[in-house]
Design a protein around this ligand. Sequence first.
Ligand code: G3P
Ligand code: CA
Length: 354
Amino acid sequence: MSQQNPPLSRRHVLGALPVLAGAGLVACQPKTLLQQMAKHEAKNKDNAMSEPQNAQPLIIAHRGAPGYLPEHTAQGYDLAIRMGADYIEPDLVFTKDGHLIARHDHYLGTTTDVATRPEFANRKTIKDGHEGEEWFSEDFTLAEIKTLRARQAMEARSHAADGQFEILTFAEVIKIAKGRTSMQGNPVGIYPETKLPSYFKSLGYDFETEVLRSLADAGWDQPGSPVFIQSFEDGILRSMRGKTELMLVMLLENADGVDMDAIATYANGIGPYKGLLVNEDGTSSGWIEAAHKAGLKVHPWTFRSDQLPEHFANAQAEYDFFFDLGVDGLFSDFANDARAAILARAARSGTNSL
Ligand code: G3P
Ligand code: CA
């Protein structure tokens, strides 16, 4: 697969439109959106020098493009970039021989074909913290991992590409982003998540060193590099703060003990479960305002067009709601829907920002 593919911009977004329109997921007709995109692209060109940074919310391709293709694959990341993502997200775990690979979990049965491989049948085991028998990344060498093939994690999504794509190292994911230009004309960035850093530390693996070394090897270790490093564990972020000026993001899945000012001492942003940003009556929970007051960006997760919260008639409505709340970016399984929502919204407002 070429790493030099241009952004698909209008062709790709429009290619998805018949499906999206049929599902009521876009607010305007293809011709209208084409005109809006042309206008928008012209504005971007004019603004290229004055607005090098994203004036719009960032689209973070959550695990690649898992709405369409198996997660954390080269093909999924490439598709997400061409559909309008600004950043691609690899979740990271370790192999037995200390390589970082892009997997959401250290158990492999959900997203690979390991269960069909007789040569690995005896690796299935039980470990603390996971219910039932499984195959775990830390029991496989990278060479063994490379013999596996990815599969779609969600049963209701297409499994047409199952068994075709290999598992990527972190270095390979960085290489996919490096040198690519987003639909918005910015360098495509990377948004790695350290999964279970304390667990892996207990096994002798050092996330901090490996993540920072991989990024440094790619030349992405300077302030301003298009990198956000995220974790659900504050310890690794606090430690990294003393070693890097790259952007750090504290992931939050509940409201227990959250102190935005304290987070701002070691992180540049928060990545909350999206429900934490909203009260039951649909008003802001105050999280975004508090985070912004503390100087933190807010990037909620996860936006899934095929699993909309019941309050929203379509994906555009959900994106619009969170853009109105003031998010600075969001994690989406469907980067094309997120980009279409931003383009439609920007066209409606007649500006390059929301
Ligand atoms: O990293 C943001 C979001 O991805 C957190 O959820 O479980 O998909 O990694 P998860
Ligand atoms: Ca993640």
